[in-house]
Design a protein around this ligand. Structure first.
Ligand SMILES: Nc1ncnc2c1ncn2[C@@H]1O[C@H](COP(=O)(O)OP(=O)(O)O)[C@@H](O)[C@H]1O
Ligand SMILES: O=c1ccn([C@@H]2O[C@H](COP(=O)(O)O)[C@@H](O)[C@H]2O)c(=O)[nH]1
Length: 282
């Protein structure tokens, strides 16, 4: 679809939310998915880019600032960016975790894509953000592994000293994980134990995304194509009619049921006018 401005409209971008504790491996999982979906247009949006700017007062006492609380994020800005990304390019700010400022690095320009991976510790917290997602993944890594990775990352990459990292962990990171992050695990469609080490889970996710994108492509080519939701029952019947061992009787029975479902769905899409019948019992 093309707008008058010539921009490609990706109304049906497949939004995948990837949540989990800090340093659980969310970015690593996203990178692996992107790597495997090589032929697709995929972008990664980090919730980290939507931290509120700190006031001068907050900057002075930055060690008392809770970066793990839902209020630390500008969710309105995140929603606005996601909406814009459906229609055209959007500039996503890049936060500098050393100076805590948003304007140290140039913003990243993102193009509308087939797949948007939205990653962050609290992306399942706000129902409006959850509603954007077609698939929700929770990366479930042991707390001690996350802490070990966090210490390495924050000391080597962010230049923080170990006491500060540990103080922040016990004061804010751990309590926020228990109070806000862990309770959102229930919204996940898929939970990945061990994050990036779980190659099988990542392969299965990529396969699923490919299937969904294939359906999306067909819907783009044929705007009046409707894909019936694949249920366990439908897949079972499909399997039976494809199986060479299936008897003729069963083949006819299940093929008939599948054809009936297709016709019923098709009829449901025909225009109709509601009428009320009056029955008179005599
Ligand atoms: N499976 C893994 N094995 C070893 N190190 C890992 C693994 N997954 C992530 N890491 C490392 O742990 C740190 C945090 O990982 P990252 O994917 O950035 O987590 P998150 O996005 O959840 O904060 C990074 O330094 C990364 O290289
Ligand atoms: O200025 C900041 C901003 C954030 N943090 C910490 O980062 C993690 C979330 O990032 P992940 O990449 O998901 O690990 C969160 O625990 C914040 O405490 C920070 O330390 N400083």
């Amino acid at each position: 679809m093309t707008t008058s401005a010539g921009e490609h409209v990706h109304k049906q971008a497949f939004v995948i939310g990837v949540s989990g504790g800090a340093a659980s491996g969310k970015t690593t999982v996203c990178d692996m998915i992107i790597e495997q979906l090589r032929d697709q247009r995929v972008v990664l949006v980090n919730q980290d880019s939507f931290y509120h700017n700190l006031t001068r007062e907050e900057l002075k006492r930055v060690h008392e600032y809770n970066f793990d609380h839902p209020d630390a994020f500008d969710t309105e800005q995140l929603l606005c960016a996601m909406e814009k990304l459906k229609h055209g390019q959007v500039d996503i700010p890049k936060c500098d975790f050393k100076s805590y400022k948003h304007n140290m690095f140039p913003a990243r320009r993102m193009n509308p894509s087939d797949v948007i991976l939205l990653e962050g510790i609290l992306i399942f917290h706000d129902p409006r953000v959850r509603d954007l997602m077609s698939m929700k993944i929770f990366v479930d890594t042991d707390a001690d592994v996350c802490l070990e990775r966090r210490i390495r990352r924050d000391t080597f990459e962010k230049g923080r000293d170990i006491n500060t990292v540990l103080d922040q962990y016990s004061k804010f990171v751990k309590p926020a994980f228990d109070d806000f992050i862990l309770p959102t695990k229930k919204y996940a469609d898929i939970i990945i134990p061990r994050g990036g080490d779980n190659h099988l889970a990542i392969d299965l996710i990529v396969q699923h995304i490919r299937t969904k994108l294939g359906q999306n492509d067909l819907c783009k080519i044929y705007p009046n194509l409707y894909v019936i939701q694949s249920t366990f029952q439908i897949r079972g019947m499909h399997t039976l009619i494809c199986d060479a061992q299936t008897t003729k009787h069963d083949f006819v029975f299940y093929a008939d049921r599948l054809i009936r479902l297709v016709v019923e769905h098709g009829l449901g899409h025909l225009p109709f006018t509601e009428k009320q019948d009056l029955y008179i019992r005599v």
